[in-house]
Design a protein around this ligand. Sequence first.
Ligand code: UDP
Length: 376
Amino acid sequence: MMADILIIGAGISGSVLAERYANSGKKVLILEKRDHIAGNCYDYIDDNGILVSKYGAHLFHTNFEDVWEYVNRFSNWYPWEHKVLAKVDGQLVNIPININTVNSIFNLNIQNEEEMKQWLEENRVEIDNPSNGEEAVISKVGTVLYEKMFRHYTKKQWDKYPEELDASVLNRIPVRTNTDDRYFSDKYQALPLGGYTQLFENLLNHPNIEVRLNTDYFDVKETIGGFEQIFYTGPIDRFFSFKHSVEHQLEYRSINFVSETVDKEFFQENSVVNYPGMEVNFTRIVEYKHFGNQKSDKTTIVKEYTTDEGEPYYPVLNDKNRAIYQKYKLEAEKHPQIHFVGRLANYKYFNMDEAFKNALDLFDTLENKIQTRHEL
Ligand code: UDP
């Protein structure tokens, strides 16, 4: 098939752009390096009959009305308010930190928001403009909770202590002055009935879209051409042959997912249990059965070990990496017909809904621009 649009990567950004262009009458070719679509959202039914996510739990949450409306066109969704427990001093406590967390860890009896605010005021460290992850946390909850819940978890997750990371990384986790134990506060919180892979199948199910799996763009780029536009969703440094990574690599973190079958109905009381201490090397254990209240005699648990090796999942946000990324960004701006989209190409810690939003907005911007050009 001769295509008008080339898309590299069949994750959220690539699949949304493919759907948008296909529906506007363009022919779209997607090249996907892996043997499946859906990027890191990919899920499947495992040997225990449980829907599991290959690349870690994906919890959809958004305040964007247009994104919510859009994703509902391609899947039915069931409400799912994600909760996380953390194992601290041998007991399971709520994270994000709320009244119950403080009561459990410090054996207190805080009763209301007023008292919780007072506790935080007495324990937090006064810092005007927190400039890194450590300052961000201790300025909100103080040093004891920082040590118990954030310092070592972050070291395991990033191989850096919070002071070596942007404040924004740790600020993803709010602090609550009530007993709300939901991980997110967004208006819409849901999971796709039938899983994410099915959602992506529906996005890509269009006669104008051809998906080529097991195809690395860099292996075939000399043999293809003639596209109106190209959308690249892979790591930005790889696109430019790592030319600005001579002294320092642009860093990414990957995860080694170690799956186990446990021969009992449930292994843990919640879908996700975080291990913020040093007693184990993994960051968390996900028990997939909890999502959608799935039934099976056995249960699948997955321990997550973050590593430098393997496919890049997370950009590592700090000044050093941002400086390297800026060089690539300037390089990218010299190629206006190539659009760099998504987490890896923008080196940003996008949530799923932000990835949807950016792809939808990019399409609208480009198409409006094109219309304006026609009008002229
Ligand atoms: N974090 C932590 N302890 C926790 C949970 C999170 O220290 O129990 C920190 C850690 O640095 C983590 C960041 O907060 O990388 C953001 O957490 P989030 O759950 O958003 O990470 P993700 O689910 O994207 O891996």
